[in-house]
Ligand binder design. Sequence first.
Ligand code: DC
Length: 227
Amino acid sequence: MSLKKIAVAIDGPAGAGKSSISKVVANQLDYLYIDTGAMYRAVTWAVLHEHIDVHNQQAVEQLLPSLNLSMEPTETACKVFIGGENITDFIRQPKINDNVSIIASYKAVRQYLVERQRAMAAVGGVILDGRDIGSVVLPKAELKIYLTASVETRAKRRWLEVQGTPNELPLEDIIASVTERDEMDKNRKESPLVQVPDAVLVDSSDMTFDETVAHILSLVEARTNYE
Ligand code: DC
């Protein structure tokens, strides 16, 4: 008798803690963690690296066939490579934050990445986090979670994370950037961020990190039957 391994879709706005929480949950369950935001960030990195104008949709699309994007998902991390180069440490810079929503709004980019995300998820026992996992990537995921928190809470968490790092920014700038990304992610034409009707809402504004992890683990356990 073994525990059934399910697909867990975690969607929500920027800074809701999806990736840090997903990593811990995946590690505890021995699931693969697949950070789909890292894939959009990797494409953005490549576009900037090639000095392509992010607004030039056609040029961005033309880059895709030669992109050579690969991921290395484990239970604790999700590394991302372009052309064999590990770029995981470069994709959280402010210039990527400022441009990634534009790149993520392009249909061809989404099709290219969704195909790869589905292939990676096919192994079962996975947690994917993003914006369109429950709605587009894995509409049949056994558990869908919409993880959110207030704009102020999310911006404050990001501000604390980047304190003392080269990416340090004033809180007001982070609030502005989080608000702008929320707007773009929710209002774009292609696969906007939505809470699908069958997703469980988890608002972590008044929850600690450990409480949120415990709550999500209990949701997974409730959906995981012995077979
Ligand atoms: O989760 P994140 O902040 O790393 O995501 C980076 C950007 O990528 C964000 O602006 C929205 C976009 N994204 C998306 O459109 N669909 C996903 N499945 C994941 C991320």
